[in-house]
Design a protein around this ligand. Structure first.
Ligand code: GLN
Length: 615
């Protein structure tokens, strides 16, 4: 370990705790040498029993590797879940499910026994897996193996090769599997020649992988079929969930019950020495160590899975969901209005009707319990006229969450509440389950920016209560909050210092970083204040000042652009300073007004921060 001059370990040698844990597992189980390398396929007997690799892939695409994770070995029975998923997606669930069962057999993997309907018990035992290879052969003929190899490569995120020696070795000696093949054919589970189907099966079992590959393949299963490293949707969520189901009940053969009871993770082993475990929504694990127990499962691999599950309490049935964690903030426009500076009569209306606009900012995954919680929050307070749901931080929605949300939107619409959605584009793929169900809702609106949504809802409240918003109206200096309390004479003096400027729509008026040499009083039109990266700080309408920070700061700290044609008084700073000297009372008043406006902004900013952190 590198040591820094202060004696503390160098930060660069720090490891994520999960990697430390995997290292410890590796060290703990390396001395475990019980079990035997499979040799019923003679070529497998050549494996080095010392090899031991552990890899863990996270669903954000990080892959931890410890030990011999780059040593290639044949996938064997770990091909079964992937070929089953492939068969479901290629031939359709109905066809596959009509010839292969999903009950655990309680038998060893190579049992020559079918169920009462003369079908394989499940796709995880050899009979079911050979049936799957037969289905792929039916659909793809001579191209069947290549089709399978490509599909497994998409799960692994790289092109996978084949161990020809292991393949021929099994093909020469695989009489038991041939017996199963004939049994399947006589029961019409496979229709093509037994030999051609078994060639596909033996080749698929001889596909070469390493521990890292199977961790990524497992993580793809755990991630609803999206490979977390390549981002590719490899199989449909239906195929993936059904595959995980049979892995849960039958993945470890006649040890399956014990396995799911103790470890609680869908898993699959192969006689090549690999074990893959996929914990849905969490992780994919791949381990490689060739010595097997009497069930044909890797001895060290089982220990790794048991240790990981026990240490981090990963049993898949030991779960709960916090219904509240999807609501990051829930407020009305009294607590957090838009960034549009409102004129006094608009402020008055909004102050009286602040409960009309409710904003719910959501985050993370929207599930059944989260969305139900949101729906209950809405009924718990007086019914608003407008509800804005902000999706900017929503990362995904379960189907249940999407359904419930669409139903909630319909419920709100039935009570004439306008639903406004922000932070998402109507055309976004993840939005489609909701768009389909809410397409006919009368007054749903979409805004990309939350602030724009709040601003629109506020405008509606102002209109509904008789307030007008006249962007073309020209205001006088006497209406400027910054100049409140000045006498007519003082105002006339100040006006004589300013020049009236006219701006075209989207014309830039102030540029960040420029010397601040004047202040502006907007007479008509609308301008907006943005940071150079485009974040909108405020929208100002006639009667508001901008560039007023020139009184405190030597340089402009934001950009200002006209939204529509606008006019403003521009007062040069040096003239303004002269005015302050001539009218000390007015000067003092203006500075007080400025302090008040800044204090109001600070109070709002703090309230907003509070909303986001107190939930
Ligand atoms: N190819 C091997 C067989 O059919 C696969 C068995 C396994 O990995 N459990 O015997």
């Amino acid at each position: 370990m590198k040591v820094s001059p202060t004696g503390a370990p160098a930060w660069t040698s720090s490891k994520p705790p999960l990697l430390r844990f995997l290292n410890a597992c590796h060290a703990d189980f390396l001395p475990e040498t019980s079990g035997a390398v499979a040799d019923y396929i003679p070529e497998l007997g050549k494996a080095d029993p010392a090899h031991f690799g552990i890899s863990l892939a996270t669903l954000d695409g990080h892959v931890y590797e410890v030990g011999d994770t780059q040593v290639p070995f044949t996938i064997q029975s770990m091909s079964k879940p992937f070929v089953f998923a492939l068969a479901l997606d290629t031939l359709g669930a109905a066809r596959v499910e009509s010839v292969i069962g999903v009950e655990p057999s309680g038998d060893p993997f190579n049992s020559i026994r079918l169920n009462a309907e003369n079908h394989p018990f499940n796709p995880m035992v050899n009979a079911g897996a050979i049936a799957c290879s037969g289905l792929i052969h039916e659909a793809k003929g001579d191209g069947a193996f290549e089709y399978i190899r490509q599909a497994l490569g998409r799960f692994a995120g790289r092109e996978l090769g084949v161990d020809d020696a292991v393949y021929s070795s099994e093909s020469l000696t695989g009489d038991r599997n041939r017996a199963i093949g004939y049994l399947l054919r006589t029961n019409a589970v496979i229709k093509d020649h037994v030999n051609s189907v078994l060639e596909v099966y033996f080749r698929q079992c001889a596909i070469l992988v390493n521990a890292r590959d199977i961790a990524v393949m497992a993580a793809t299963l755990a991630n609803r079929g999206i490979n977390p490293v390549t981002g590719e949707q490899v199989m449909t969520p239906y195929a993936i969930s059904r595959t995980l189901s049979v892995m849960t009940s039958s993945g470890m053969y006649d040890y399956a019950g014990e396995w799911i009871y103790r470890v609680g993770m869908p898993a699959k082993s192969g006689v090549g020495g690999g074990i893959l475990a996929a914990l849905p929504g969490r992780i994919g694990l791949g381990s490689y160590s060739p010595k097997l127990d009497r069930h044909g499962n890797s001895v060290r691999g089982i220990k790794v899975c048991e240790a990981l599950s026990a240490h981090y309490d990963l049993h898949m049935l030991n779960r709960s969901d916090n219904a509240r964690n999807a609501v990051i903030a829930d407020y009305d426009i009294g607590e957090n209005p838009s960034r549009r500076s409102r004129r006094p009569h608009e402020q008055k209306i909004l102050a009286a009707h602040y409960q009309d606009v409710r904003v719910i900012e959501l985050m993370g995954t929207l599930s059944l319990s989260n969305v139900d919680y949101v729906a209950r929050q809405l009924v718990a307070r007086p019914r608003p006229q407008f509800v804005i749901f902000d999706f900017r931080r929503v990362t995904s929605m379960t189907l249940a969450g999407a359904r419930l949300l669409a139903e909630e939107f319909q419920e709100l619409a039935a009570y004439h509440v306008t639903v406004i959605v922000s932070g998402i584009k109507r055309a976004d793929a993840e939005w489609q389950p909701i768009a389909e169900r809410t397409g006919s809702l009368p007054n749903m609106r979409y805004y990309f920016l939350l602030d724009a949504a709040i601003e629109w809802a506020e405008d509606q409240v102002v209109f509904r209560h008789g307030g007008s918003i006249d962007f073309f109206e020209t205001t006088e200096l006497s209406e400027q909050p910054l100049l409140a309390g000045l006498t007519d004479e003082e105002l006339t003096d100040l006006a004589s210092l300013g020049a009236v400027r006219t701006y075209q729509p989207s014309q830039k008026i102030i540029t960040t970083g420029d010397p601040a040499t004047s202040l502006f009083f907007l007479r008509s039109g609308v301008v907006h204040v943005t940071l150079p990266d485009g974040i909108r700080l405020a929208t100002l309408t006639a009667g508001m000042a901008f560039g007023e920070m020139a009184l405190l700061e030597p340089r402009r700290s934001a950009d200002v652009r006209a939204d529509m044609s606008a006019t403003a008084y521009e007062v040069p700073l040096h003239d303004f300073e002269r005015f302050r000297k001539q009218h000390p009372r007015a000067g003092e008043r203006i500075m007080r007004n400025l302090a008040q406006l800044l204090a109001d902004r600070l109070i709002l900013a703090n309230a907003k921060l509070n909303l986001l952190t107190s939930n």
